[in-house]
Design a protein around this ligand. Structure first.
Ligand code: ZN
Length: 214
């Protein structure tokens, strides 16, 4: 089986079967386990999954072996398998849209799946720009705060490209006090636009640029 898209597909199917209480495909479970054992012969959860997949009649053992394997493997469901994560990104993008309006940007932005990293999500601007990194991993959308910071960062990159910052030097969103661009960070449980100047300070909460105090 190797790695790559085929393995991802099999892991996704295994995750969905376990989550939905559907029948686990024994052959696919066996293939996944053996594939892992080729790299890590002593992988306890992979051995158990391999054994459980060839022990007919014990569905409960197979399901619990599959669940334990996915945990040990560090499997992260993609946006198709965890649509609530995509919804979280949409809400985060609404916060960024509010900051765009507050800073006088009228163009539209939307979430897209980047061609070069189809499991991820990127922000695309009115001009078709998508920033310079590979987008947001499904794992970054596991919490509201990490989703907010990740979406703000993707939006920042894409918007700066559309503002042609490389030739104009125009950063977004720019600190109203110091001028240079700010970056999204998580701070004290909130997503903020952080300025490195002046010893470092919060320029505004993400989504609340219009209510900033500086
Ligand atoms: Zn500043």
């Amino acid at each position: 089986m190797g790695g790559g898209p085929e393995l991802e597909r099999c892991l996704d199917a295994l995750y969905v079967a376990v989550r939905d209480g559907a029948a686990v495909d024994r052959q696919a479970a066996f293939d996944i386990a053996v594939n892992e054992l080729e790299y890590f012969p002593l992988h306890v959860e992979a051995r158990e999954l391999a054994e459980a997949s060839v022990t007919s009649g014990d569905e409960a053992r197979l399901v619990s072996a599959a669940r334990a394997f996915l945990d040990a493997y560090g499997y992260e469901p993609g946006f198709e398998q965890a649509p609530e994560r995509f919804a979280r990104l949409e809400r985060a993008l609404d916060a960024v849209r509010a900051d765009m309006r507050a800073t006088g940007l009228a163009g539209k932005v939307r979430l897209v799946r980047p061609d070069q990293a189809p499991r991820n999500v990127a922000v695309e601007t009115w001009a078709g720009d998508r920033g310079w990194t590979a987008g947001i991993l499904p794992s970054e959308a596991a919490s509201d705060l990490s989703a907010l910071v990740a979406v703000a960062e993707q939006a920042r990159q894409a918007i700066m490209e559309s503002l042609q910052y490389q030739s104009t030097g125009r950063a977004w969103p720019a600190c109203p006090v110091h001028g240079p661009g700010t970056s999204p960070v998580a701070r004290h449980g909130t997503g903020v636009w952080w300025c490195d100047d002046g010893g470092g300070h919060v320029a505004a909460e993400i989504g609340r640029w219009a209510a900033r105090c500086v």
